[in-house]
Design a protein around this ligand. Structure first.
Ligand SMILES: Cc1cc2nc3c(=O)[nH]c(=O)nc-3n(C[C@H](O)[C@H](O)[C@H](O)COP(=O)(O)O)c2cc1C
Length: 364
């Protein structure tokens, strides 16, 4: 039997990933204010191109999907052209890169939406604050989507995935995690609809599945991934029966020949609620037949364990990639990791764009 570890290559559809270390999607808020990716973002991702696969930060699929200042978009030509340059830089370094498609839904504010109310499945506010051009604000009660508007949002996901194809990405990941719009439809604390998009688990999953169909229509087999976070409590999201909900979704997703399912484990904050599934991978892995990326709190040893025991196929690392562009090499030779500067994780308001972004040192 072959002894697998995080440095074993992996066949992801047509692609051969040189290792199983995936860069998790991370919002860094360094795009231009109109959502255009910058050249520096290309440098940042290219520096990390030794990852088996890079998944980009959450990227807006429409103006109303705007959740944070300086997050990137892919809903117009200018943004798409900006991403094209980012992808080219990653490909020049032989990297592979998927774009994360995102709608923030109720995690937004009129100050980010030209005065419009954020949209959501139901008129239920999330819990928390946001930074906006008018300062730090509490989240407002969103407007419930009219059923006639839902196909328009599916269409926006479709168009954004066409734009991602034109920008040269290797695939896309749908952001179905963290209490954003897709997750707001899935979980019953945020979805109280009485039409065919609410109520039963099948109804609450309909929005996600319509988006999957649309985006798969653009990308085909093994090029579309989905991130899910059954134990995440971000901005107050929860479900009364997450085991039933997410096992149902995984079962149905078996039919779509996706690139992968990206399953996030609970954070310490989620675990502190005392009310979440403590091992997402153990609970859900048997419901899905395809490729699984596991995520959340991995180091080299835990990652090797989960790969060698074949509980998951790939492991994504988030925070360690912020300060370690050469994380793959550092893990390989068990070198120490650079420390992350907490003040520059998010770029909003930073004067020196490179600082804490592209100036972390490589091993010499
Ligand atoms: C600064 C930062 C930004 C993040 N942004 C995103 C994002 O845009 N999309 C997403 O799905 N997850 C996002 N996450 C979550 C990470 O992808 C990952 O799930 C989380 O950090 C746990 O993995 P880790 O323990 O390896 O860091 C973010 C995490 C961090 C630390």
């Amino acid at each position: 039997m072959v002894n697998l570890n995080i440095f074993s290559p992996f066949h992801l559809g047509d692609y051969i990933l040189p290792n199983r270390i995936i860069m998790a999607p991370m919002t860094r808020l360094r795009a231009n204010s109109d959502g255009t990716p910058t050249e520096l973002m290309g440098t940042y991702y290219a520096q990390r191109a030794t990852a088996g696969l890079i998944i980009t930060e959450a990227t807006m699929i429409s103006p109303l999907s705007h959740g944070y200042m300086n997050c990137p978009g892919i809903y117009n030509d200018k943004q798409t052209e900006g991403w094209k340059l980012v992808v080219e830089k990653v490909h020049q370094q032989q990297g592979k890169i998927f774009l994360q498609l995102w709608h923030s839904g109720r995690i937004s504010h009129p100050a980010l939406l030209n005065g419009e109310l954020p949209i959501a499945p139901s008129e239920i506010s999330a819990v928390g604050h946001l930074h906006t051009p008018i300062g730090k604000v509490s989240l407002e009660t969103p407007r419930a989507l009219d059923i006639k508007e839902i196909p328009l949002i599916v269409e926006q996901f479709y168009q954004a995935s066409v734009n991602a194809l034109n920008a040269g990405f290797d695939g896309v990941e749908l952001h179905g995690a963290f209490g954003y719009l897709i997750d707001q439809f899935l979980q019953d604390s945020s979805n109280k609809r009485t039409d065919e998009y609410g109520g039963s688990i099948a109804n609450r999953s309909r929005f996600l599945l319509e988006i999957v169909e649309a985006v798969r229509g653009v990308w085909g087999d093994k090029k579309v991934g989905i991130k899910l976070s059954p134990s995440n409590t971000f901005y107050g999201i929860s479900d009364s029966n997450p085991v039933n909900l997410f096992s149902y979704i995984l079962n149905v997703l078996n039919d779509y020949n996706l690139a992968y399912i990206h399953l996030m484990e609970p954070s310490d904050i989620d675990l502190a609620t005392g009310n979440v599934i403590t091992s997402v991978l153990d609970t859900f892995k048997n419901f899905y037949n395809g490729t699984i990326i596991t995520n959340g709190g991995y180091d080299k040893s835990k990652a090797n364990d989960v790969i060698s025991s074949e509980k998951a196929d790939l492991v994504s690392f988030g925070r360690p990639f912020i300060a370690n562009p050469d994380l793959v090499t550092r893990l390989e030779i068990s070198a120490s990791l650079n420390e992350t500067d907490g003040k520059t994780i998010y770029g909003q308001g930073t004067n020196n764009a490179e600082h804490g972004y592209t100036d972390y040192p490589f091993l010499t």
